[in-house]
Design a protein around this ligand. Structure first.
Ligand code: GLV
Ligand code: GLV
Length: 323
C-alpha cells in the first residue's frame, strides 16, 4: 500500500527525483509556484501520511485535523518552524523534519549583503545613477556607515548568527556582542561577548537579529528597543518579521531615532507595495531570500525529501526537529 503525500508547492527537481525513486509514496502536489489556497490545502492533506510544506503554509490544528490519523510526518523546506503548531504536532506523535545547517552559509551571506547594502546605501546609489541624480562626485553625498572599528551586536548567536559574526569579523569589527537565552561556547571563535539585550542594543553600531520567532521574541524590537539604539546605528533582520513591531520601526526610521534598517523578513509577506516602510529611503526591504542560492535550495529540497521518506518509513530522518 503506497503512502499518501501532499506537497504544498512545486519543489526543486532534487526532491521530485528522490521521491519518485523511493516508490513508497503516492505524491500529489499543489502544482504551482504560488501558495496553495487554504481550501486546497485542507482538501489536499486529507488522509495524507506525509506533508511537505513551506514556511508560508500555516500548519495548525485545522490542517492536522483535515489530514487525519494517518499523518506520520511533516517535512518543511525551512530552518524556521514557527509556522507549525509544534505542541499539537508533538502531542499527536507526528514527526517533523526541517533544513538546518545546509542554509547557514547562504543566509549568513545574504545578511551581510543586506547589512552592507543598508549601511552603504547601495539601493539609493543605484537609483541615483538611473534617474540622473548623479551630477558629480561630492564629498558628503551618499555617505553611510562602515564596519571597520565598529561594534556589532547579534541577537541570537545560533548557527546562522555565528555565520554572520564570522563573516563580519573579517571586516575589522572591533567588538562582537551577542544576546540570547544562554551564553554559547562557540562564541569564543568570534570573541563574542555575552551581554544583556539592553546592553547590546545600546552599544552596537549594527544590531543584527538572527533569533527564532518564539513567544519571547515576538514584537521584541519595539519602541523601547529602538529608543535605546544609537542614532547612527543600523538595524538588520533576517529572522522573522514578527520579531519587529513595524509601526515602531517606521517611527524610529522616519524620526531619525536610528540611521537605517535592512529587512529580509516582514509581516506580512509579501509586504504590500503601499506599506509605509517602503516610502523610506533609509529602509531596505528584501523579499525573504536568505537561503536563495541555486545550490542551497537544491540541497534543502533533497534534505526535505529525505526527511519525509525517513518519517514515512519509520527510520532515521537526517534532520528531525526534536526539541
Ligand atoms: C527561512 O526563513 C527558513 O526558515 O528557512
Ligand atoms: C537556527 O535558526 C540557526 O541559526 O540555524
Amino acid at each position: 500500500l503506497m503512502m499518501k503525500v501532499f506537497l504544498t508547492r512545486r519543489l526543486p527537481q532534487e526532491a521530485a527525483t528522490l521521491l519518485s525513486q523511493a516508490e513508497v509514496c503516492d505524491v500529489s502536489l499543489w502544482d504551482s509556484d504560488e501558495p496553495v489556497p487554504r481550501a486546497e490545502l485542507l482538501k489536499g492533506v486529507k488522509g495524507a501520511h506525509g506533508i511537505v510544506c513551506l514556511l508560508s503554509d500555516k500548519i495548525d490544528v485545522e490542517v492536522l485535523d483535515a489530514a487525519g490519523p494517518n499523518l506520520k510526518v511533516i517535512s518543511t523546506l525551512s530552518v524556521g518552524f514557527d509556522h507549525m503548531a509544534m505542541d499539537e504536532i508533538k502531542k499527536r506523535g507526528i514527526r517533523v523534519g526541517y533544513t538546518p545547517d545546509v542554509l547557514t552559509d547562504a543566509t549568513a551571506e545574504l545578511t551581510v549583503a543586506l547589512l552592507l547594502a543598508t549601511a552603504r546605501r547601495l539601493p539609493e546609489g543605484v537609483e541615483q545613477v538611473k534617474n540622473g541624480g548623479w551630477s558629480s562626485w561630492k564629498p558628503l553625498w551618499l555617505c553611510g556607515y562602515g564596519l571597520s572599528g565598529s561594534t556589532v551586536g547579534v541577537i541570537g548567536l545560533g548557527r546562522i548568527g555565528l555565520g554572520i559574526a564570522r563573516r563580519l569579523k573579517g571586516f575589522g569589527v572591533k567588538r562582537l556582542l551577542y544576546s540570547g537565552r544562554t551564553a554559547k561556547p562557540h562564541a569564543a571563535e568570534v570573541d563574542g561577548e555575552f551581554v544583556t539585550l539592553d546592553t547590546l542594543v545600546a552599544e552596537s553600531d549594527f544590531v543584527v537579529v538572527s533569533c527564532s520567532l518564539t513567544p519571547a521574541t515576538q514584537g521584541m524590537c519595539d519602541k523601547a528597543f529602538f529608543s535605546k539604539m544609537k542614532k547612527t546605528a543600523i538595524f538588520v533582520n533576517s529572522s522573522r518579521g514578527s520579531v519587529v513591531n513595524q509601526e515602531d520601526l517606521y517611527q524610529a526610521l522616519s524620526s531619525g531615532q536610528i540611521a537605517a534598517a535592512g529587512l529580509d523578513v516582514t509581516t506580512p509577506e509579501p509586504l504590500p507595495t503601499d506599506h509605509p516602510l517602503l516610502t523610506l529611503k533609509n529602509c531596505v526591504v528584501l523579499p525573504h531570500i536568505g537561503s536563495a542560492t541555486y545550490s542551497t535550495r537544491g540541497v534543502m529540497a533533497e534534505l526535505c525529501a529525505r526527511n519525509l521518506l525517513g518519517g514515512l518509513q519509520g527510520t532515521d530522518m537526517p534532520s528531525e526537529l526534536t526539541s
